[in-house]
Design a protein around this ligand. Structure first.
Ligand code: KMH
Ligand code: ZN
Length: 283
């Protein structure tokens, strides 16, 4: 493991997850689903403090897709119009087959999500069998793409320990995780669950963030900050700012996270600093 430089130790990484795969454009027209909307969102979120973007894309009918050509175009556009660390989702939607999810790495992002186990996902199942996890991880090592290990449950934390033992460290040597809490079927979006997850992290982990779905967004963000963690926010995870107050733009969620960071006396990490912390491959 290579340690995170001390000057970054107190800084806050904000990742924006602006779209996700679960919300329909027809229900939430302000959800960024076109490339133009995504780039505009990314620029505005970067301006108010985001350093990384977790990307799900949609097709011309606003349906989730993991079409590699479209992903390549998206990575190119985000690289040209922002300096954000570009993380592609390999989770896609619950309907995407495993073989196609591996092909996401063909789009050569800076980072990819890598979920550490299967989890009930509302009425669906988000499938991540052990063989798939290993294949995706080894592919990320070969392609020099930095994984973000998505932890939806305490068992996923222990699976990460096993993965690192069996397959070694990620490309770059840093181990960054994100706790995704509050999914019906996964760990609850509570401070108690987050504390248990953080306590179980293997020693190789160099940084972690957390997100809370829906109304668990704020409690989980506050708990994460109080433990020195980083934040993921965005319309993939929450569609309201408060009860009955819809999010109009992802920028609002990033601004709020930045303000929480300021209150917690955490300077905001720039995209360049995030690249350093995560040991992303230079372009
Ligand atoms: N859409 C979920 C089924 C990821 O991006 O890697 C999976 C997900 C996790 O959002
Ligand atoms: Zn996602």
């Amino acid at each position: 493991m290579t340690a995170v430089p001390p000057d970054l130790a107190d800084k806050l990484l904000i990742t924006v997850a602006p779209t996700g795969a679960e919300t329909a454009k027809a229900d939430v027209p302000q959800l960024p689903t076109t490339l133009e909307e995504l780039v505009e969102t990314a620029q505005r979120c970067e301006a108010v403090g985001a350093a990384m973007i977790h990307v799900h894309i949609r097709d011309d009918n606003h349906q989730p897709t993991i079409d590699v050509g479209r992903l390549e175009e998206t990575v190119a556009a985000l690289r040209s119009e922002t300096t954000l660390v570009v993380q592609l989702s390999t989770g896609g939607s619950v309907h995407d087959p495993l073989e196609r999810r591996l092909q996401v790495l063909d789009a050569a992002p800076d980072s990819c999500s890598l979920t550490m186990g299967t989890v009930n996902f509302g009425d669906d199942v988000f499938l991540n069998p052990w063989g798939f996890i290993k294949d995706l991880y080894q592919l990320s090592q070969e392609r020099q793409v930095v994984p973000e290990f998505e932890l939806f449950d305490l068992g996923h934390v222990h699976a990460l320990r096993r993965l690192l033992r069996e397959c070694g460290l990620p490309y770059g040597g840093r181990v960054h995780c994100d706790f995704v809490t509050g999914i019906p079927g996964g760990m609850p979006g509570t401070a108690d669950a987050l504390v248990a997850g953080v306590a179980a992290l293997p020693s190789e982990v160099t940084s972690w963030s957390a997100t809370g779905i829906g109304r668990s967004t704020l409690p989980v963000a506050l708990a994460a900050l109080s433990m020195g963690g980083h934040l993921r926010v965005g319309m993939e995870d929450v569609l309201t700012l408060a009860k009955g107050v819809p999010v109009d733009h992802n920028e609002q969620l990033v601004s709020r996270a930045a303000e929480l960071g300021r209150l917690a006396q955490r300077g905001l990490m720039t995209p360049a600093e995030a690249r350093g912390m995560l040991a992303v491959r230079p372009q």
